[in-house]
Design a binder for this molecule. Structure first.
Ligand code: 4AZ
Length: 826
C-alpha cells in the first residue's frame, strides 16, 4: 500500500483522481456494477478506514516524476480460447448476441480515501473513450470496475471488465489481441524518459502491467456481484492468524470467488486441506488459484481438477489472491476446506560454507518450502567447500537435473557455474556433483504455474573419488556397495546397478525351497527370495503340472490362475482375469502389415479435433492407457477435443466412439526425456457389453514383471508406414518386433531409463512411427495365452532405422499407478 500523497496535476482528469488515498478496498458498492464485499465474520478484519497521509512527488512536465502509476491489466486471448468461446456461445447463448468479457487493472498512487472510487471512475471513462472511438465500437458495451486495490509496488490496481457484445451469427472475427492493441496504442509513452510509464487520457500507466485475457461470462457475473453465488471478500492483516476458507454443498451448484487481500507489503499463503469435486480435468469442476483479484488465466498459480485430501499450499507474488471454486452440477459432496495466512516475502539468497567432512550436512529448499513455489522466483546459493579437493554434492529429493537442451525447461532451470540444466520431478533421489570447491547455483522458476516444493541436501565429496572405495556409482549419482550390483535388486532406484551384468547365479540369500535343485535358471524358484530365477536370459517353459508366474517363476500348481487364491509371489496368477485371453493367434503371427479386422480388439485410435493423432489400449470398460506425450501442452491436455475410437479397423469406421472425459498424465512425465511417458484416459461413456466380441481389454502385466531380450511381441497402429510419409495408414497395421536387452538399448541410445524398454529388429525393418504413439506393444503370455500390454509406443530415433529400435513405456513399472485410478483392475 502506498501511503504517499501526490500533488494535483493541472490536467482535468488528474484533478478528478488526484485526491486518491490508497485503500485496499472501499466503496465497492458505489462503483458501476461493482459488488460490495460481504462483511466477514471471523475472517480478516474491517478494512482500515483511513491511511496515514504522506507526501509524494506528483506527475508534472518539469520534474518528470510520476505522480501516480497506473497498471492496466489486459489479457491476451489465444486462438484456442477464442474457439472455445465461440463454441460455448453457440451452446449457451440463444439469439444473436454473445458477450466477451475482458479485464484490466490499473494502479496508481493517490492520497484520499476516495482514491479507488475516483481512480475506477476515471479509468472507466478513459477506457470508454478508447473503445467507443475504436474499430470495435459497435461491439463495445461497457467497462466495469470489479476491484481497486493497492499492491506491493506501491500503486493502485484497478481491475476491470470490458464487455463486448458480438452478433456471432455474422461470423465476425473478434480478435482479443486487437482489443489489447487498441488499448496499448492509446497509451502514450514517453520516448525521452524511456520508462515503462505511459499516459492514458492523462493517467500515468505502467505499461509493463498491461495484461488482457478473455473471461467467462460466469466469472464476470460472480466477480462483479451480478451472480448471487458464494463469492466473498476477505481482508487479512494479522500475521499469525489462520483465516479459514470453507464451503460445501451436496446438491445444486457452487460457483464461488474468494478474493483474498493481505496488508500491503505481505503475501498470501493458501493451504488446501481437502477438495471435493468431480474429476474431469477442470472441464466442469475446478479450484483455481489466481495471483490477482481477477480470474485472468495469465495469473493462474495453480488449478486443482480432481478431489484431493493431500495438504498443499500456494503463495502469491503480491498481496492479492483469488480462489475460484466451480462445481456447477453437484451430485455428491462438493466443496473445499482451506485456510490462508499473511506471510512476509522471503529472500532467496544464501552463502553456504560446506565443512570438511564428506557427506550431506544441510538442506536448501525452494522458496516458501514446503509450499509450492511461485512461478516468478529466482534463488541464488553460493557454496564453498573448505578444500580445493572437495566438490559440492547436491542430493535432490524426487527431482533430477540434466543438461539443458535447445528446448525450454518445464520445471525450473538451473544455472550451476555457468552451465544450464533443466529440472524434472521423479520418484527417487538423485545426486548432482559440482567438481569444484566453489559452486554458484541459481534456480529460476520456469513453470507457468506454481510448482512442487523442492528439497535438496548438500555436502562435500572427494572430487577424485566421488563414490567411496568398494561402491558403485549409479546413473542417478547415488553410490551403492559393489556387492549390491547385479543382484537383481534395484538399489540405485534407476536400475543402473542392474545393467551391463553378466548372468550371475548367486546363492540363496534366504532359505532354499528345493532341497537338491541346482540354483540355475531352470524355471523353478529354488530360493525363497527367488534370486535363482532373476536375470535369466532364456525363457524357460513351465511343465504341464506347473503354472508360470509373471516373473517367469513356475509355481507348482497347475490351476493356479484365476482361482481366487494368490499363489505367485507377484500375484500374477490372479491378475487380469477379465482381460483378453484370445487364443486365435494365426492371423497375428503371419507376416504382412495389414491386420485382420478384429485382430487387436484393445487397439484404440485417439482423434484430436476430428483427426487421428495417437493410439491407446482398452484396459477396462471405461479406461484407456496411452502415452503422456500425446497430451502435452495446453490444448492437448484438455479432454474436450478428444474422441476415442474403439473396435476400429479402417480409420473412421469405429464400432464405438466416445468423447474423453478425463486425461490423467503421469505427474513425473518429462517432456525432455520422455521419461514416465504414460497417461490414462477415462471415456465419457463406457463401451457396451454387446460389443465385447469386437472390443476387449488387454491385460496389464504384473507389477515389476521382467521381460527378456528376444521375446517376440507386436506393435500396432494407424501411424506412418515410412518415416518420410506425411500421413498415416488407413488400415490398422501390425509388425512383429523383438524385445531388446536393456543393456544393449542403453548402449545404443544412452538415456534409457528403467521406465522404458526397447523393441524392434536390428535390421530396422519393423518398427512404430509417428501416429502410433500411445498404442500398444502387445506380448502374448505363453503360459495362458493372454495378451499383455508390455509397452506403450513412446519414441525412437526416426522410424525403422537399422540399430535404432523403438522405445516404449515399460508398463510393468506403472501397475500401482494404474490401479490408483482404475481400482476395478485389481
Ligand atoms: C512418433 O513420433 C514416433 N520408431 C513414435 C515411435 C517411434 C518414432 C517416432 C519409434 O510418434
Amino acid at each position: 500500500m502506498d501511503k504517499e500523497n501526490t500533488d494535483v496535476s493541472s490536467k482535468p482528469a488528474d484533478v478528478n483522481i488526484s485526491n486518491i488515498s490508497v485503500q485496499v478496498v472501499s466503496a465497492q458498492g458505489k462503483l458501476p456494477g461493482r459488488r460490495a464485499p460481504r462483511p466477514q465474520k471471523p475472517i480478516g478484519k474491517a478494512k482500515p478506514k483511513k491511511q496515514p497521509k504522506k507526501k509524494a512527488p506528483f506527475w508534472n512536465v518539469q520534474n518528470k516524476i510520476i505522480i501516480f502509476t497506473v497498471f492496466l491489466f489486459i489479457l491476451a486471448v489465444t486462438a484456442w480460447t477464442l474457439l472455445w468461446l465461440y463454441i460455448r456461445r453457440k451452446g449457451n447463448i440463444g439469439g444473436d448476441l454473445a458477450e466477451i468479457q475482458l479485464g484490466f487493472r490499473k494502479l496508481r498512487k493517490g492520497k484520499e480515501e476516495t482514491a479507488e472510487l475516483g481512480g475506477g471512475v476515471v479509468v472507466n471513462l478513459a477506457v470508454n473513450l478508447v473503445y467507443t472511438t475504436s474499430a470495435f465500437s459497435k461491439f463495445y458495451k461497457q467497462s466495469v470496475v470489479a476491484d481497486v486495490s493497492s499492491n506491493n509496488k506501491g500503486g493502485l490496481l484497478v481491475h476491470f471488465w470490458i464487455v463486448f457484445v458480438m452478433p456471432h451469427a455474422k461470423g465476425h472475427i473478434f480478435c482479443e489481441d486487437c482489443v489489447a492493441a487498441i488499448l496499448k496504442d492509446s497509451i502514450q509513452t514517453s520516448i525521452i524518459n524511456r520508462t515503462s510509464v505511459g499516459s492514458l487520457q492523462g493517467l500515468a500507466v505502467d505499461m509493463d502491467s498491461v495484461v488482457l485475457n478473455a473471461g467467462l461470462r460466469s466469472d464476470y457475473s460472480s466477480t462483479i456481484g451480478a451472480d448471487k453465488g458464494c463469492s466473498q471478500y476477505f481482508y487479512a492483516d494479522h500475521l499469525s492468524l489462520r483465516y479459514p476458507l470453507e464451503i460445501s454443498a451436496t446438491s445444486g451448484r457452487l460457483m464461488c470467488h474468494f478474493k483474498l487481500v493481505a496488508v500491503v507489503g505481505y503475501l498470501i499463503r493458501l493451504s488446501i486441506e481437502s477438495v471435493q469435486i468431480e474429476a474431469d480435468n477442470c472441464v466442469t469442476d475446478s479450484l483455481t488459484i489466481y495471483d490477482s483479484l481477477m480470474p485472468l488465466w495469465s495469473t493462474v498459480l495453480y488449478r486443482i481438477c480432481e478431489p484431493t485430501r493431500t495438504i498443499m499450499s500456494f503463495v502469491s507474488t503480491n498481496n492479492l489472491m483469488l480462489v475460484a471454486f466451480k462445481s456447477p452440477q453437484i451430485r455428491r459432496l462438493s466443496g473445499i476446506r482451506a485456510f490462508f495466512e499473511v506471510i512476509p516475502e522471503q529472500k532467496c539468497e544464501n552463502t553456504v560454507f560446506v565443512k570438511e567432512i564428506t557427506g550431506f550436512e544441510g538442506k536448501i529448499s525452494s522458496p516458501y518450502y514446503p509450499s509450492y513455489y511461485p512461478p516468478k522466483c529466482k534463488c541464488t546459493w553460493k557454496f564453498q567447500t573448505s578444500l580445493s579437493t572437495l566438490g559440492v554434492a547436491l542430493k535432490f529429493h524426487n527431482y533430477s537435473i540434466t543438461k539443458k537442451s535447445v528446448k525450454g525447461c518445464d520445471h525450473g532451470w538451473w544455472e550451476i557455474n555457468e552451465q544450464m540444466y533443466c529440472g524434472s520431478y521423479m520418484d527417487h533421489q538423485t545426486i548432482f556433483r559440482v567438481p569444484s570447491s566453489l559452486a554458484h547455483i541459481q534456480l529460476h522458476c520456469s513453470s507457468r504455474l506454481s510448482d512442487k516444493p523442492l528439497l535438496v541436501e548438500y555436502g562435500s565429496y572427494n572430487i577424485s573419488q566421488p563414490c567411496p572405495v568398494g561402491s558403485f556409482r549409479c546413473s542417478s549419482g547415488l553410490c551403492v556397495p559393489q556387492t549390491q550390483r547385479c543382484d537383481g535388486v534395484n538399489d540405485c532406484f534407476d536400475e543402473s546397478d542392474e545393467l551391463f551384468c553378466v548372468t550371475l547365479k548367486p546363492a540363496c540369500n534366504t532359505s532354499s525351497l528345493r532341497q537338491h535343485g541346482p540354483l540355475v535358471c531352470d524355471g523353478f524358484r529354488d530360493c525363497e527370495d527367488g534370486r535363482d530365477e532373476q536375470n535369466c536370459t532364456q525363457s524357460i517353459p513351465c511343465n504341464n503340472r506347473t503354472f508360470k508366474c509373471g516373473n517367469d517363476i513356475c509355481f507348482r500348481k497347475q490351476n493356479a490362475q484365476c482361482d481366487g487364491t494368490v499363489d505367485c509371489p507377484d500375484g500374477s496368477d490372479e491378475q487380469g482375469c477379465s482381460c483378453s485371453r484370445s487364443l486365435s493367434t494365426h492371423h497375428r503371427i503371419i507376416g504382412g502389415t495389414d491386420t485382420q479386422e478384429g485382430g487387436w480388439p484393445w487397439q484404440v485410435s485417439l482423434h484430436f479435433v476430428g483427426s487421428a493423432y495417437c493410439g491407446a489400449s482398452v484396459i477396462s470398460r471405461e479406461w484407456l492407457l496411452s502415452a503422456a506425450h500425446c497430451f502435452h501442452g495446453n490444448r492437448l491436455s484438455d479432454p474436450t477435443p478428444w474422441t476415442a475410437h474403439l473396435g476400429m479397423y479402417v480409420q473412421g469406421n469405429a464400432k464405438f466412439v466416445s468423447p474423453v472425459k478425463r486425461i490423467v498424465v503421469h505427474e513425473y512425465y518429462n517432456s525432455q526425456t520422455f521419461d514416465y511417458d504414460i497417461a490414462l484416459l477415462q471415456l465419457s461413456t463406457a463401451w457396451p457389453e454387446t460389443l465385447k466380441q469386437l472390443i476387449q481389454p488387454i491385460c496389464i502385466p504384473p507389477a515389476g514383471q521382467k521381460v527378456r531380450g528376444g521375446e517376440k511381441c507386436w506393435v500396432t497402429g494407424w501411424g506412418r508406414r515410412h518415416e518420410a510419409d506425411n500421413k498415416g495408414s488407413p488400415v490398422l497395421q501390425q509388425a512383429e518386433v523383438e524385445l531388446i536387452d536393456q543393456t544393449l538399448c542403453v548402449s545404443t541410445y544412452g538415456i534409457i531409463t528403467s521406465r522404458m524398454l526397447c523393441a524392434g529388429v536390428m535390421s530396422g525393418k519393423r518398427d512404430a512411427c509417428r501416429g502410433d504413439s500411445g498404442g500398444p506393444l502387445s506380448c502374448r503370455r505363453k503360459s495362458d495365452g493372454k495378451w499383455i500390454l508390455t509397452g506403450i509406443v513412446s519414441w525412437g530415433h526416426g522410424c525403422g532405422r537399422p540399430d535404432f529400435p523403438g522405445v516404449y513405456t515399460r508398463v510393468s513399472n506403472f501397475v500401482s499407478w494404474i490401479r490408483k485410478y482404475v481400482p476395478s483392475l485389481s
